[in-house]
Write a protein that binds this ligand. Structure first.
Ligand code: CAA
Length: 258
């Protein structure tokens, strides 16, 4: 039996697929979903046998946003004292690479959840937006920041101020999406990407992720210095010896993940 009510977690080999499972509410992200996603991903992150985590929803909705019915009655004090949504930040702190596999609506918190992941695979049915303004609020899980970093001011302002959505093609052109795949192939493709990442050296994949993420937090010179330190450090891994030996010996690398 699974310990969760709003998500499903399935492990296959070195990968795990976490499926949001509130179909009646189009996977609206209430606090229970948040707590379960955060707990499940933290557990997978601690597991040395897991090398990549896929987060997905249903064909109709990745997630149609934070739960509007749950938020509606809240006061400022409720939101402030409970630090509403802050637990979602822990997804950005995961060391294990994550893949968002998005079909259908990825709106508000749904778009923000997808942007918290490292690789964003979109089905051709995916629709992205930050429509909070239509509800009289603004994004609250980092959308105004991550969307702007992903697609620039022009599109971010357009989406956040008008509440309009972007289809998968526009989102890919704008730089929000890593790849578009046919909807019917989304999970197969997401699993394949996850398996590919999970077959790499786990510590080196963590360092690659850390280095890319540093680009969002620092200057170019500091970021390059940070990369250089990590680059030197990977020469302390067995996996660097194996990866380079495999190349020279013209065989596939068998990373030991340490
Ligand atoms: N919160 C709570 N319930 C939601 C929901 C949400 N974000 N999105 C959909 N639902 C519920 C609907 O209320 C409906 O429930 P009932 O059957 O009980 O009425 C059910 O899911 C199905 O939804 P619809 O009937 O609306 O489905 P549709 O196919 O006609 O429309 C949709 C789909 C366009 C996505 C529409 O549901 C919609 O606009 N949803 C809200 C999108 C939105 O505004 N998201 C932002 C939320 S705020 C936010 O996320 C803040 C933040 O930054 C974190």
């Amino acid at each position: 039996a699974q310990p969760y009510e709003t998500i499903l977690v399935e492990r296959t080999g070195r990968t795990a697929v976490l499926t949001l499972n509130r179909p009646k509410a189009l996977n609206a992200l209430n606090l229970q979903v948040m707590n379960e996603v955060v707990a499940a991903t933290a557990e997978l992150d601690r597991d040395p046998d897991i090398g990549c985590i896929v987060i997905t929803g249903s064909p109709k909705a990745f997630a149609a946003g934070a739960d509007i019915k749950e938020m509606r009655p809240q006061s400022y004090m409720d939101m402030y004292l409970s630090d509403w949504f802050t637990a979602w930040d822990r997804l950005g702190d995961l060391r294990t690479p994550t893949v968002a596999a998005v079909a259908g609506h990825a709106l508000g918190g749904g778009c923000e959840l997808a942007m918290l992941c490292d690789i964003l695979l979109a089905a051709d049915t995916a629709v992205f937006g930050q429509p909070e303004i239509k509800l009289g609020v603004i994004p609250g899980i980092g959308g105004s920041q991550r969307l702007t970093r992903a697609v620039g001011k022009a599109k971010a302002m357009d989406l956040c101020l008008t509440g309009r959505t972007m289809d998968a093609t526009e989102a890919e052109r704008a730089g929000l999406v890593s790849r578009i795949v046919p909807a019917a192939d989304l999970l197969t493709e997401a699993r394949a990407v996850a398996e590919k990442v999970a077959a790499m050296s786990a510590p080196v994949a963590m360092m690659a992720k850390e280095a890319v993420n540093r680009a969002f937090e620092t200057t170019l010179a500091e970021g390059v210095r940070f990369e250089r330190r990590l680059f030197h450090a990977v020469f302390a891994t067995e996996d660097q010896k194996e990866g380079m030996a495999a190349f020279v010996e013209k065989r596939g690398a068998e990373f030991r993940h340490r």
